[in-house]
Design a protein around this ligand. Structure first.
Ligand SMILES: *Cc1c(COP(=O)(O)O)cnc(C)c1O
Length: 408
């Protein structure tokens, strides 16, 4: 078994060799510009892009003409939210979103807040779920957009998307869902889910970095967007700029593979994840963060009380690659805003690790991870004065983590 074990697949996934293989010719002999209409180099590139558009559309139940290629999910989110805000300015200026969204959504909304948008930031319950009834209650005559993600990148929690989509439809409001973590992992269908705008990214689904897509509904309702990039009028005017043909070809292939393998892969990964979870919950004072029912099959976020996640990571001595619930934004270590939104105190948020398994995770690696995490937690706790105090009964096990049912 090769080390380190990679369990940070929500940050990025390796590019599948089958994806790389179909991309390679588009860097060399098939280098044409997909917008060149006057010669075979352009036609070949355009045909490849058309094929990829079909592959992406098929995975999410869309039509190929509804797919706009972008540089990734961040750009797709910006185009969707800013594009709606500008186009529907005469209708209203109110956007409903949720505190656990990815920074791409939160920061875009904050940006628009300075430009006159009114934003409702919905909370989540201790499972990490927003309440569809709260979404409906927040709607005003000025509401132009609901932006609530499909599955959360930190906890893996899957939101009640079809319920939110139905509410949006009932009130005639556009529903955007950042589905970057869900597409290719669980079934996503823009019609069944009632989604009008959806974002996805190739590098979260075993494709290359720097390419993604925005789904834009064309019928009932037809969603209009103001372009955020002006130029040659590519992508039906919604996103100018010469298309990243190799990247788009890779995204298409990544979608096709996910579609074929999703069902079996979800079974394989959830069995592995559950085995990891059961083993780690044998360690006392260990808590799973977020819903264990509405959750992606390959993700688990877990807190080990009285130990900093970052200290744990160091304890693994670089043999396991994963993320802790402390974001290194600027110079300071901030506890994860997502975990805090679930009601975790700073301590438990800092004490968390996110395990995100993937296509190339093996049983052997999970065995190693179970041993390494268990040994490291036990060793660090044995050295910890906090743990000693707790054991001696000098530390009350209350406060910020009181709502957590003890599971370990
Ligand atoms: C990774 C991620 C993004 C950003 O995607 P990029 O393609 O890297 O810009 C947006 N939203 C979610 C939920 C993500 O996980």
């Amino acid at each position: 078994m090769s080390l380190p074990v990679y369990l940070d697949n929500n940050a990025t996934t390796p590019c599948d060799p089958r994806v790389l293989e179909v991309m390679l010719p588009y860097f060399t002999e098939m280098f044409g510009n997909a917008a060149s209409r006057s010669h075979p180099f352009g036609w070949t590139a355009e045909a490849a892009v058309d094929h990829a558009r079909e592959q992406v559309a098929r995975l999410i139940g869309a039509q190929p003409q509804e797919i706009v290629f972008t540089s990734g999910a961040t750009e797709a989110v910006n185009l969707a939210i800013k594009g709606v805000f500008e186009t529907y300015a005469t209708k209203g200026n109110h956007i409903i979103t949720c505190v656990t969204e990815h920074k791409a959504v939160l920061d875009t909304c904050k940006h628009l807040e300075k430009k006159g948008a009114v934003i409702t930031w919905l909370p989540v319950d201790e499972d990490g779920l927003p309440d569809p009834a709260a979404v409906e209650a927040a709607i005003t005559p000025q509401t132009i957009l609901i932006a609530i993600m499909y599955a959360n990148n930190e906890t893996g929690v899957i939101n009640p998307v079809p319920a939110i989509g139905a509410i949006a439809k009932k009130h005639g409001i556009i529903y955007m869902s950042d589905a970057t973590q869900a597409v290719g992992k669980i079934p996503v269908h823009v019609d069944h889910d009632g989604i009008d705008l959806l974002t996805l990214s190739a590098h979260k689904m075993y494709g290359p970095k720097g390419v993604g897509a925005l789904y834009v509904r064309r019928r009932s309702p037809r969603v209009k967007l103001t372009a955020q990039m002006d130029g040659g009028g590519h992508e039906r005017g919604m996103r100018s700029g010469t298309l990243n043909v190799p990247g788009i070809v890779g995204l298409g292939m990544a979608c096709e593979i996910c579609q074929q393998e999703m069902e079996a892969e979800a079974k394989r990964l959830s069995a592995m994840r559950n085995r990891l979870q059961e083993a780690l919950l044998q360690i006392e004072h260990t808590y799973v963060n977020g819903s264990v029912i509405h959750r992606l099959p390959h993700v688990m976020n877990i807190s080990f009380q009285y130990i900093e996640g970052s200290t744990l990571l160091m304890g693994f001595n670089k043999t396991i690659a994963l993320s802790s619930g402390s974001a290194c934004t600027s110079a300071s270590m901030e506890p994860s805003y997502v975990l805090k939104a679930l009601g975790l105190g700073d301590n438990l948020a800092h004490a968390s690790l996110r395990f995100a398994l993937g296509r190339f995770t093996t049983d052997e690696q999970i065995d190693y991870t179970i041993r390494m995490v268990t040994d490291t937690v036990n060793r660090l706790r044995a050295e910890s004065p906090l743990w000693e105090m707790y054991k001696d009964g000098h530390l009350q096990d209350t406060g910020s983590w009181a709502h957590h049912q003890e599971q370990g």
